[in-house]
Design a protein around this ligand. Structure first.
Ligand code: UFG
Length: 344
């Protein structure tokens, strides 16, 4: 029997790669997306890469008026499980508009839980984040580490994890995997899908890529006085295709009958500094990446990287791609689509 998986936020950066891996694993996919931070062209390209069209509903999960339509579509699709990625994700914006972040992110998760429950499909893989660890733990960070996010965006991730844990505790037929992503970067090897930020990129890799392609003059390196090997921030970058495969592994785990709620780190288990990432991107792109040292960014931690042992033990998953693969694939996407999906 072909498994049928709902992917909320399936047209976005991570979602598009998750959908492709799911179809390639033999599953049917229903994307639910409102395109607030994604492009319809991504859905076409997923279909083209996968060799078959994916089912699709344009809907805003946070809009109460659309809840019934979402529930009806999920039931009609015959869902077996869901990957929940829809949500707002800009840290600075979340500090300025906390109520909106809580309403949209938590409301969307609740709509999905209700719809999956009504469809009798009680399996959810949730896109959480390493941001739930704040700056409270020694590296490498394990899932039993202390949690405590430092901004409203991060708290929505933490609260949704808690809500899903409560849902699974209340009804033993629910299975939940809260995937705590470290820093997803790169793009599909084809160069056809990738990250297409709406605005000025907040994150390091899309910014570097836009400098390399000439869309921006220079990178600001946020601080070079951290207690790290070269003074710049260290993160556990993970290739988005490896990350997407982690979702397939999490669904495999749930489909084997594992129930209850479990948190799992998706990271490589090693960190790279900002300057190391810049050097790697320079090698991959053969372009100059001018940068200036700027003040530290509020809320940044000096260094964080994963202990990925649980992912290996529970899901049989570990990363395969190197920092050079991440940069080469990110660069292929950026150079073939200098203005993202909108074309030029
Ligand atoms: N950085 C720069 N210049 C930039 C952007 C980033 O020097 O223009 C540095 C940051 O200071 C940090 C590293 O590059 O040291 C990585 O920054 P990113 O913004 O790419 O990633 P973060 O680790 O800050 O972000 C992650 C997740 C977010 C999450 C956040 C919480 O990607 O979803 O952690 O802090 F919200």
């Amino acid at each position: 029997m072909t498994r049928k998986i709902v992917v909320t936020g399936g047209a976005g950066y991570i979602g598009s790669h998750v959908c492709l891996e799911l179809v390639q694993s033999g599953r049917d996919v229903l994307i639910i997306d409102d395109f607030s931070n994604a492009h319809p062209e991504a859905v076409n390209r997923i279909g083209a890469l996968a060799g078959r069209k994916v089912d699709f509903l344009r809907a805003d999960l946070a809009d109460h008026g659309q809840r019934q339509a979402v529930a009806d579509k999920i039931k009609e699709f015959g869902a077996d499980g869901a990957v929940h990625l829809a949500g707002l994700k800009a840290v600075g914006e979340s500090v300025a508009q906390p109520a909106r972040y809580y309403r949209v992110n938590i409301g969307s998760a609740l709509t999905l839980v209700d719809a999956m429950e009504a469809a009798g499909a009680k399996s959810i893989v949730f896109s959480s984040s390493a941001t739930v660890y704040g700056d409270l733990n020694q590296n490498p960070v394990t899932e039993t580490g202390r949690t405590g996010a430092t901004n409203p965006y991060g708290r929505t991730k933490l609260y949704i994890e808690e809500i899903l844990k409560d849902v699974a505790a209340a009804d033993g037929s629910w299975g939940v995997v809260n995937l705590r992503y470290f820093n997803p970067v790169g793009a599909h090897h084809s160069g056809r899908i990738g990250e297409d930020p709406n605005d000025i990129p907040n994150n390091l890799f899309p910014f570097i890529a836009q400098v390399a392609v000439g869309r921006r003059d220079e990178l600001s390196v946020f601080g070079n006085d951290y207690p790290t090997r070269d003074g710049t921030g260290v993160r556990d970058y993970i290739h988005v295709v490896d990350l997407a495969k982690g979702h397939v592994a999490a669904l495999d785990y749930l489909e084997k009958g594992n129930r209850g709620a479990t948190a799992v780190n998706l990271g490589a288990g090693r960190g790279y500094s900002v300057l190391e990432a810049v050097a790697a991107f320079k090698r991959a792109s053969n372009r100059d990446i001018p940068y200036e040292i700027a003040p530290r960014r509020d809320g940044d931690v000096a260094e964080i990287y994963a202990d990925p042992t649980r992912a290996k033990e529970l899901l049989g998953w570990s990363t395969e791609k190197t920092i050079d693969d991440m940069c080469a694939d990110h660069w292929r996407w950026q150079s073939q689509n200098p203005n993202g999906y909108a074309g030029d």
